[in-house]
Design a binder for this molecule. Structure first.
Ligand code: NAD
Length: 424
């Protein structure tokens, strides 16, 4: 009945193409709610904005920005903002849709949204970064707000950028609107535990999955792709639990050490322009060899589409923990399943970040802030409850954890859709 969207042209392995296949796989498990499933295959609202700024040398530069609200049936839109030279509308659409599924999977009262600017922020001065952030926030200000759509950090964005976004929105609307973004610095209404929340969620779900597989974390070998907020924190927590990180890849290169990389030295270096490639305590190998490194647990924590069919055939890992959004293409998913490799999917594995973002938003509205123990106890409880429910669904229908997560989440989303009814 419905026409295909005209403004994207997804391929089988592109982010939106991947997402559409993930939705198709869950439809047989939705019962009567399947009649509403088409709503999952199109964003509610997509805004493209021009972001012009004056550069330090006086030139005027224009950048393309996006904010997509995929679905708001269960609550306001929620999702990060990515600054990256390869960002496209199609990618932001997929990321916004994965947020819809994720917030429903952990049962937070949110829909899904995402934003981005097509820019390499590493080429901007701090002043230019502030200008691009503020102009972008002002342009998308017509659709974001503490009760409508709440941005957060993603790749190449951080607490300082959230502070500028909060300030810009507040300047435009009057007052101080701390609840308009999450992932803010602590003295601007940020939450304890937010910076580490996503990596912590990856660890908590990974620890549980390892337990079910009978994989002892003590001595387990971990390979991490993407060593930013998500990858480095997850790596630290696994090392605390007795595992060793044998390979790390970031945008500067790949380093390996079968005896374990020293994170105390590696993490600070990876945050400098030299990146992980500047670390001396391991051997540098060509990037493609990262996928051959002997390991027990693989954590993709960089960008989408990284685990291709070919790489899925190569990996020695028994467990894949999707810290990144959309790192595994559908064909690779099937190959991993055939090979008996367990995948904890992004929409549950990396949901720790949005969960503590929710805590931050609740604390901002109540102007009452919790201590870090309380945050972490609540985070662990939400993640474990969600994971167990998903695991039961997977066992019941004999389906992958990914399809089970979609089944649990899509039922919640489409039930809300049905109960609200179609307007007008
Ligand atoms: P970040 O900017 O802190 O780190 C990104 C890392 O990926 C960096 O180490 C960078 O060097 C590396 N990288 C970039 N391009 C690469 C390439 N081509 N090959 C290898 N490495 C590359 O970002 P982040 O916040 O850690 O986000 C990482 C992933 O986790 C993204 O997919 C993001 O959507 C997802 N995620 C983040 C959060 C969050 O709270 N930050 C929450 C959920 C999911």
């Amino acid at each position: 009945m419905s026409e295909k969207l005209s403004f994207v042209n997804p391929t089988a392995n592109s982010p939106w193409g991947t997402y559409l296949q993930q939705v198709d796989r869950v439809i047989p498990y939705l019962g009567d709610l399947a009649r509403w499933a088409e709503t999952l295959k199109r964003p509610k609202r997509a805004l493209i904005v021009d972001v012009p700024i004056e550069m330090d040398d006086g030139r005027i530069a224009h950048y393309e920005g996006y904010r997509v609200q995929h679905n708001m049936s269960r609550g306001p839109g929620k999702g990060g903002v990515r600054f990256h030279p390869d960002v496209t509308l199609e990618e932001v659409m997929a990321l916004s849709a994965w947020m819809t599924v994720k917030t429903a999977a952990v049962n937070l009262p949110y829909g899904g949204a995402k934003g981005g600017i097509r820019v390499d922020p590493k080429k901007l001065s701090q002043k230019e970064l502030e200008k691009i952030t503020r102009r972008y926030t002002s342009e998308i200000g017509i659709i974001i707000g503490p009760h409508t759509d709440i941005p957060a950090p993603d790749v190449n964005t951080n607490g300082q950028i959230m502070a500028w976004m909060m300030d810009t929105y507040s300047m435009n609307t009057g007052g101080t609107s701390t609840g308009v973004v999450t992932g803010k610095p602590l003295h601007l209404g940020g939450s304890l535990g937010r910076v580490k929340a996503t990596g912590r969620g990856v660890f908590v779900t990974g620890r549980e999955a390892a337990r079910r597989l009978g994989l002892d974390l003590r001595g387990a070998r971990i390979a991490v792709q993407g060593f930013g907020n998500v990858g480095s924190v997850a790596a630290e927590l696994f090392v605390e639990a007795g595992a060793k990180v044998v390979a790390v890849q970031d945008h500067t290169g790949t380093i390996v050490n079968p005896d374990g990389l020293d994170l105390n030295t590696l993490i600070p270096i990876s945050r400098t322009p030299a990146g992980a490639a500047g670390f001396e305590g391991g051997d540098k190998i060509p990037n493609e060899q990262f996928w051959d490194v002997p390991c027990d647990i693989l954590i993709p924590a960089a960008l989408e589409g990284q685990i291709t069919a070919e790489r899925a055939r190569k990996t020695a890992a028994r467990l894949v923990l999707e810290g990144a959004n959309g790192p595994t293409v559908p064909e690779a998913d099937d190959i991993l399943a055939e090979r008996g490799v367990l995948v904890v999917p992004d929409v549950i594995c990396n949901a720790g970040g949005v969960t503590v973002s929710y805590f931050e938003w609740v604390q901002d509205f109540s102007s009452f802030f919790w201590d870090e123990d309380e945050i972490n106890v609540r985070l662990d409880r939400i993640m474990m409850n969600a994971l167990h429910q998903i695991w039961d669904t997977a066992d019941k229908h004999k389906i992958s954890l990914r399809t089970a997560t979609y089944a649990v989440a899509c039922e919640r989303i489409l039930m809300a859709r049905q109960e609200r009814g179609l307007y007008p």
